[in-house]
Design a protein around this ligand. Structure first.
Ligand code: SAM
Ligand code: GLN
Length: 283
């Protein structure tokens, strides 16, 4: 059966839609198998889908129909305008986390000017936060940690892919950062509570690493522990920034304010007007 690109995508979208999956993934799969940009794809909608692209396209659609995220199928996601390799060992970096990087960069500029700063990203996953920060502030000395050796392998490849120098350390939470003091520490730790499992989409729950998603103490474990332990690791003037779940703002603010009574601790909303980040400015 010969079909145009448009007909193939429409048929794939119907199958995805029947399973309540994201239909736009069909277009991304088509662009990937034909090697076309978004614009090139639209220009070619009425062309026949070439024989050599057809079987790969339907292979991708079969995978999508299992609920697998398109980013794991294509092994790529863009974050802060940079391209990252992703696989099932790492969380797919999210747009909310781009906002964490954006606000951290502007606060770092205000607090430190152009000074060379010591920066750390705890739980780096794909390396998204660390790599983007280093690209945008090249004179920062950037360290990235994760408890997962497999995640660190992906993060290292992403540093190479984006041509930045980053120090990687494996270990639990703040432990790999000990023995040195820091100007900026960012983290997007696991923050989903066990009881929220039932609300999650299968695309996230079945495919993304649970060690990147779930945390004890109603999702608050990492914040409580980091708040309690980061003080001796921070320089006199310093910035801590966390991504948070949208209902966690007040309590995480309390953890940080208790640990840093003199600091300015504020909750920042994402573009969807949800509490999404917390910054603690110590001076
Ligand atoms: N920073 C990446 C991002 O924003 O896309 C990944 C964030 S993901 C929500 C959390 C990361 O923390 C995962 O890569 C996971 O392996 C890591 N992690 C989980 N427990 C940890 C621990 N005890 N110490 C260090 N990292 C941990
Ligand atoms: N934002 C992620 C999600 O919606 C969760 C990330 C995290 O736990 N840090 O699934």
């Amino acid at each position: 059966m010969t079909e145009t690109i448009l007909e193939s995508v429409q048929r794939a979208k119907q199958l995805l839609n029947a399973k309540e999956l994201d239909v736009n993934a069909a277009e991304l799969a088509m662009q990937a198998v034909t090697g076309k940009s978004r614009a090139g794809y639209f220009a070619a909608l009425r062309d026949q889908l070439p024989e050599e692209s057809r079987s790969l396209f339907w292979e991708y659609i079969e995978e999508l129909l299992t609920g697998k995220p398109i980013q794991y199928i294509l092994e790529e996601e863009s974050f802060y305008g940079y391209s990252f390799e992703v696989n099932e060992r790492v969380l797919i970096p999210r747009p909310e986390t781009e906002e964490l990087v954006f606000y951290a960069l502007s606060r770092a500029r205000r607090l430190f000017g152009d000074k060379v700063i010591q920066f750390a990203d705890i739980g780096t996953g794909s390396g998204a936060i660390a790599v983007a920060f280093k690209k945008e502030r090249p004179n920062a000395q950037v360290t990235a940690t994760d408890v997962s050796e497999e995640a660190l392998q992906v993060a290292k490849r992403n540093a190479q892919r984006n041509d930045v120098e980053i120090t990687f350390r494996q270990g639990d939470m703040e432990e790999p950062l000990m023995g040195q003091t820091w100007d900026v520490i960012l983290s997007n730790p696991p923050y989903i509570a066990e009881h929220e499992k039932s609300d999650m989409s299968a695309t996230v729950f079945d495919f993304e690493p649970s060690s990147a998603l779930f945390a004890e103490e109603d999702g608050l474990y990492f914040y409580r522990r980091l708040a309690e332990r980061l003080a001796p690791l921070m320089n006199k003037r310093a910035l801590i920034g966390f991504e948070i779940g949208y209902q966690q703002g007040e309590i995480v603010q309390q953890f940080l304010q208790k640990a840093f009574p003199e600091a300015n601790v504020d909750i920042v909303q994402d573009i969807n007007k949800k509490d999404r980040m917390i910054f603690c400015e110590i001076q």
